[in-house]
Design a protein around this ligand. Structure first.
Ligand SMILES: C[S@@+](CC[C@H](N)C(=O)[O-])C[C@H]1O[C@@H](n2cnc3c(N)ncnc32)[C@H](O)[C@@H]1O
Length: 342
């Protein structure tokens, strides 16, 4: 009889509010998060509140190879800062100080007595064109990893939410992927990695296959007053640049960490009142409001019981969620990554 495999020992770098951990838990694989790492106090408060464990609060840049070896981990999950690679940023790539800790940690891989057997990296679209990406691929290839890369968005998994992200999946030989015919490729369709028996609903990315936003909304949130209503002076100033959606809509834009601080390009706004018969109803008559943090968490497919500690402000909640990830996308990718070939 085949001996039962021991649980994967996982390190979660840049753990934030734990989107990666939730994604892994959802796969049902036997895994132990040996340690999580994040420098942000507030993110760690939220992580501790939900998982009962406080991540190691320090700079990932200062972790040594000896320390890493002592964890005895065989899988690394990483969602490093994306500012060096975003279109809105200066795109300084590896020259941006915020890229340093990631570069430092991946450069330790060849020096480890026990390098990871599995590695997963999440970042913004644009990362795949950076010199950091080139460096990552070079290090992993030399260290004996096989790679598959993806750009995927929640909309391809039935969630009415556009948040395309880059993912690198890596397995160190002799481990290999279920579908080895796509080794070394960058792919944009979930059908390339989901096996035929998967219960995950995956599409080509057309919004028509998505659920309505109404399924992700909290009941009774006021759009005509209160903290979530969009003030009229912002509608006057920024109206033409606003992305307005309705509960019946099957799409919305990516929520960034600046949502609620700025209205332009940071995420969609919800119309809570039905337009009258007018052809072009005035935006100020639509009861425009921000999506609540709970609704953003729902669109990121966070579990129902995910919650913030009371002291975390509204702005902090949006900032932390804007930095996080879509569990609807990451969980099937991890399922695939941790699976043995059939
Ligand atoms: C893109 S977010 C990852 C969010 C996470 N995946 C989640 O679900 O919330 C990047 C995270 O890295 C943390 N971070 C950035 N630079 C760091 C460093 N040098 N050392 C430790 N953590 C760092 C930030 O505080 C932030 O929480």
């Amino acid at each position: 009889m085949e001996a039962e495999k021991p649980p994967w020992r996982v390190l979660e770098f840049y753990s934030g509010i734990g989107g990666m951990r939730y994604s892994l838990e959802q796969t049902g694989f036997p895994c132990e998060i040996v340690e999580a790492f994040d420098i942000n106090d507030c993110a760690n408060d939220v992580y501790q509140h939900n998982f009962g464990h406080r991540p190691f609060q320090g700079n990932i840049q200062s972790i040594s190879s000896d320390e890493l070896d002592r964890y005895g981990a065989n899988a690394w999950l990483m969602s490093p800062p994306c500012q060096p690679y975003t279109r809105q940023g200066l795109q300084r790539h590896s020259a941006d100080a915020r890229a340093s800790s990631f570069i430092k940690i991946i450069e330790l891989i060849p020096h480890l007595k026990q390098p990871p057997s599995i590695l997963f990296v999440e970042n913004v679209v644009g990362f795949e064109k950076s010199d950091t990406h080139e460096h990552l691929i070079e290090i992993l290839t030399k260290a004996g990893f096989t790679l598959q890369e993806f750009i995927l968005s929640p909309v391809q998994f039935g969630v009415p939410y556009s948040r395309p992200r880059y993912f690198c999946l890596a397995k160190r030989r002799p481990l290999c992927f279920q579908n080895s015919s796509i080794d070394g490729q960058l792919l944009t369709s979930p059908s390339t990695f989901l096996n035929k028996n998967s219960s995950v609903l995956a599409t080509d990315g057309s919004f028509e296959f998505c659920q309505s936003l109404g399924n992700f909304l909290q009941a009774g949130v006021d759009g005509t007053g209160g903290v979530f209503a969009v003030p009229h002076h912002l509608i006057e100033r920024w109206g033409p640049a606003m992305d307005v959606v309705f509960p019946s809509s099957k799409r919305c834009c990516c929520f960034t960490k600046s949502y609620y601080r700025y209205v332009k390009g940071t995420g969609s706004l919800l119309a809570t009142l039905q337009p009258s018969d007018q052809d072009e109803p005035a935006l100020r008559d639509l009861g425009l409001r921000y999506f609540t943090p709970k609704e953003v968490a729902n669109l990121h497919s966070f579990p129902e019981d995910f919650d913030f500690p009371a002291h975390v402000s509204l702005r902090q909640r949006y900032a932390l969620l804007g930095n996080s990830l879509s569990i609807a996308v990451v969980s099937p990718l991890l399922q695939y990554l941790f699976s043995d070939p059939l």
